[in-house]
Design a protein around this ligand. Structure first.
Ligand SMILES: [Zn+2]
Ligand SMILES: [Zn+2]
Length: 230
């Protein structure tokens, strides 16, 4: 079975190993967990081969910081995840992932210099991480505490860089970009700090504050909106 045909859960976007007999898995452990859900219509599967004709990725440059691009899939797929491409002098970092990786997306990212590393906040964004790591030949940073949620085992242990330690453990990914283990949503949930920006996925909830308050004037938060997460 080619990688493009490996089973992907339609509800959460996680790509799985194929069963030895080629069947799809019996269930999705991400969706069986209370932080996600199995749709009322039941568990269903797709693959990158099936997705590609019907979906495309779109991207948009951040209106406040041109070094940041958000990337998402249209029409919406799975949880509606989106990822962020962060362009730093030390190389590009991808914060979180989306399931669909197609030729146009590879061309777009390579036109910006490829990827130095990928950092994934928590299992709802693991999606097709093996595809991304192999395509861009870069490591994936996740929390050791959440390793058990990987649905597709890495073909090489070199792909994964585990962030291990108690809450508040930090890991500098490239100069200026630091992952911080906060726990909470998942035991190993990460946020990403870059200058005055904090990328929070669904680890934290943002609320509006007065722009007149000097304490908040320079703050800029980017949330990866996920409607199914609590
Ligand atoms: Zn699932
Ligand atoms: Zn989540």
């Amino acid at each position: 079975m080619s990688q493009n045909d490996l089973p992907i859960c339609t509800a959460c976007g996680s790509q799985f190993h194929a069963a030895q007999n080629g069947d799809t898995p019996e269930c999705c452990k991400i969706c069986d967990d209370p932080r996600q859900f199995v749709p009322p219509s039941g568990q269903s599967w797709t693959s990158l081969s099936e997705m590609k004709p019907a979906h495309q990725n779109k991207w948009q440059q951040d209106s406040h910081d041109p070094r940041i691009w958000s990337i998402w899939t249209d029409p919406k797929f799975a949880i509606g995840q989106r990822a962020f491409l962060l362009k730093t002098p030390a190389g590009n970092i991808m914060w979180d992932l989306i399931t669909l990786l197609d030729a146009n997306t590879v061309e777009f990212i390579n036109s910006h210099g490829g990827l130095e590393a990928i950092v994934i906040s928590h299992p709802h964004y693991y999606t097709t991480y093996v595809e991304w790591a192999q395509t861009f030949k870069c490591p994936i940073y996740i929390s050791e505490d959440d390793r058990k949620w990987l649905c597709r085992l890495p073909p090489s242990k070199d792909i994964l860089k585990m962030i291990d330690g108690p809450v508040s453990t930090t890991k500098e990914i490239v100069p200026g970009i630091t992952a911080v283990k906060t726990g909470g949503h998942f035991p190993g949930s990460l946020v990403l700090h870059w200058e005055k920006k904090l990328f929070i996925a669904d680890t934290m909830v943002t609320v509006p504050v007065s722009q007149e308050n000097p304490a908040y004037r320079n703050a800029c938060f980017h949330t990866s909106l996920m409607i199914a997460c609590i």
